[in-house]
Design a protein around this ligand. Structure first.
Ligand code: ZN
Length: 322
């Protein structure tokens, strides 16, 4: 059943979305789905708001105040909103409201048609790292970029991504800002990210920051696991097991709607789609991830709603459907 999507405004406490978890004790009740393992609900303390979720309704100051008002402890701003407010003022407000910055969105976009374009991208990523450091972000999320204009050289684009990340890694390390490569669903391969699986992202981590023999990764680079982008991957369990906790830097959630009517802006509220979010969270946490659950819903439907109502539903659906 739809919890809150499709603009219905239905109450999330209706509960039994696609990813709903039985309430404690309910799993043993007659008729309970015996096949589903019992996954304890997530702690509301782990909820973070990726500000894309309400980006059409609020500026960053309003978002920070709203997180505090709704008891949401984490926030992940986007750079356009951060630039509007100023990183210094944002840092002050975030501290004042006691929020954890679970990420800054986003760096990346490394491939370009010529060397000047690639240099500009590297400079832009250095500035993003500086902003992430100013606001105390747990990581800078990298959406790595797709094919340069007019190019069909996918392997070349992927080399440019690895080279670009390598070029900014030492600045990130010195700034204490871990870089989180976010693999995107393959439908974005051409224009947004030519890194499309967690394994591919981990290969880049190993290439640019190899762990010492028999030792653990440095934590300077890792991955952002976004349910929307990785849920379909049959090799996801192996990839998560391969990633050490040091490399699991962020976990983003929303849901995959059927049908999806827009490639970018039709993401669903948790419980409204087909991703088994409790099972995915269990996998991610079994791999050692202990961080926040960042709700990131790019959706023209949700952008039309009252943002306070959106955050109330986000809280409910995080608890009951993720
Ligand atoms: Zn994401």
């Amino acid at each position: 059943m739809s919890v809150g999507g499709a603009g219905t405004g239905a109450s999330a406490s209706a509960g039994a979305g696609a990813g709903a978890v039985p309430a404690p004790g309910e799993a043993d009740a007659p008729g309970a789905d015996a096949a589903r393992p019992l996954v304890a609900p997530p702690s509301p303390e782990r909820l973070s708001l990726n500000t894309a979720t309400v980006r059409e309704q609020w500026n960053l100051r309003q978002m920070i105040e709203a997180c505090a008002r709704h008891g949401i402890r984490g926030i992940s701003p986007w750079r356009d909103k951060l630039a509007e407010l100023g990183a210094g003022e944002a840092a002050r407000l975030i501290r004042q409201h006691g929020l954890t910055v679970t990420g800054l969105c986003r760096g990346g976009m490394f491939p370009a048609a010529d060397a000047a374009g690639r240099r500009a991208a590297i400079d832009d990523n250095r500035r993003a790292i500086d902003d992430a450091a100013t606001i105390g972000a747990c990581c800078l999320v990298l959406v790595v970029g797709g094919l340069p204009d007019g190019s069909k050289d996918l392997a070349g684009a992927r080399r440019m991504v690895t080279d670009g990340i390598a070029a900014v890694l030492e600045h990130a390390r010195a700034s204490r800002v871990p870089l989180a490569i976010e693999p995107l669903h393959p439908m974005y391969c051409a224009d947004r990210a030519c890194v499309n699986t967690l394994e591919q992202a981990l290969d880049i981590c190993d290439a640019v920051d190899p762990p010492p023999a028999g030792g653990r990764p440095s934590g300077a680079i890792g991955v952002a696991v976004d349910a929307y982008h990785v849920w379909w991957d049959p090799r996801l369990p192996q990839a998560l097991a391969r990633a050490r906790p040091e490399r699991l830097l962020a976990y983003h959630i929303c849901d995959w709607l059927v049908p999806t009517t827009d490639l970018l802006l039709d993401r669903g509220m948790m419980g409204d789609g087909v991703i088994d979010l409790p099972a995915l969270r269990m996998l991610v946490e079994s791999a050692g991830y202990r961080g926040f659950h960042e709700v990131e819903i790019l959706s023209t439907r949700w952008w039309q709603r009252d943002p306070d109502e959106v955050l109330r539903i986000v809280r409910e659906c995080h608890l009951h459907c993720s």
